[in-house]
Design a protein around this ligand. Structure first.
Ligand code: ATP
Ligand code: MG
Length: 253
């Protein structure tokens, strides 16, 4: 495999070329991992694409030791050249200690995005997805922006999405000042106007996402190589109080 880079983040990683010569980020299983984290991340990125979130393409390969490695296509290259990337934290000028809300990212997109409306909708979809798959690693450095020219930005493909079956339901980036860090579907729908989305449109979006997730999460986990026992272990990440609320809101439509 190719050269290691300074990619930051908590897990062992390297920048490698795949068999087609494309640059990818390889994320390795850590020695103390007891959960199939790499496989779950690849499954979540696939599921994200299935439900209409623009997410990085990823796959599992087996490393030299036989352990799974997640290979994620790099999105900060175009025809070999570097595309300027900013974390959401830098984009909104947030202090790491105080954090910020998704509505702050929305405000910055409104001011600096190419096609703000489309970007606000994409951001809102990611908020819903984060809650529905129990991703609680959604800190401001796990959202990013790519330069689209002339000082305008677009959201990078979504990355580092980690379903967590056994953790407290809590967002690293809160939806808005009103709901704080609660991972709440009701709070997300109430906040839709801050993303320039009407409530009915938000519920329609939610409806499509929750039924696609119900249909496809197991298939995505299986495709990423998870065993039946591992898939059952992850069920609470995909079927929980908030997904039940989402289903009941969409039935009331
Ligand atoms: N597909 C990609 N293309 C380009 N840059 C990427 C890609 N995926 C991740 N990065 C960059 O590398 C950094 C680390 O990657 P990632 O967040 O996936 O790793 P991590 O170790 O799981 O991070 P964390 O500390 O959030 O758990 C990201 O913050 C981002 O800046
Ligand atoms: Mg990260």
């Amino acid at each position: 495999m190719g050269s290691a880079g300074s990619l930051g983040g908590a897990r062992p990683k390297a920048s490698v070329r795949d068999e087609h010569g494309n640059l990818t980020i390889a994320k390795f299983t850590a020695d103390d991992d007891t959960m199939p984290i790499e496989r779950a991340e690849v499954a979540a990125l696939k599921l994200a694409r299935v439900v209409g979130v623009h997410a990085a393409a990823a796959r599992i390969e087996l490393g030299d030791t036989g352990r799974p490695v997640a290979l994620v296509d790099r999105f900060d290259r175009a025809a070999g050249d570097r595309v300027h990337y900013l974390s959401a934290q830098s984009f909104i000028g947030a202090e790491p200690a105080t954090g910020a809300y998704y509505t702050d990212i929305a405000d910055a997109l409104r001011a600096h995005a190419l096609d703000p409306r489309a970007q606000l909708t994409e951001l809102f979809r990611r908020v819903l997805f984060t809650i529905l798959v129990s991703n609680n690693d959604d800190h401001l450095k796990n959202h990013g922006l790519l330069h689209a020219g002339e000082g305008l930005w677009v959201l990078s493909p979504a990355f580092d999405i980690n379903p967590q079956p056994h953790r407290r339901r809590h967002l690293e980036t809160g939806i808005s000042e009103i709901s704080g860090n609660a991972a709440s579907i009701e709070a997300a729908v109430e906040a839709a106007p801050f993303f320039d989305i009407e409530r009915d449109a938000a519920v329609a979006m939610l409806s499509g996402m929750v039924s696609a997730i119900d249909d496809k999460w197991r298939t995505c986990c299986r495709a990423a190589g998870m065993t039946p026992a591992e898939i059952e272990m992850y069920e609470p990440a995909f079927d929980h109080d908030e997904s039940r609320i989402a289903r009941s809101m969409t039935r009331e439509r």
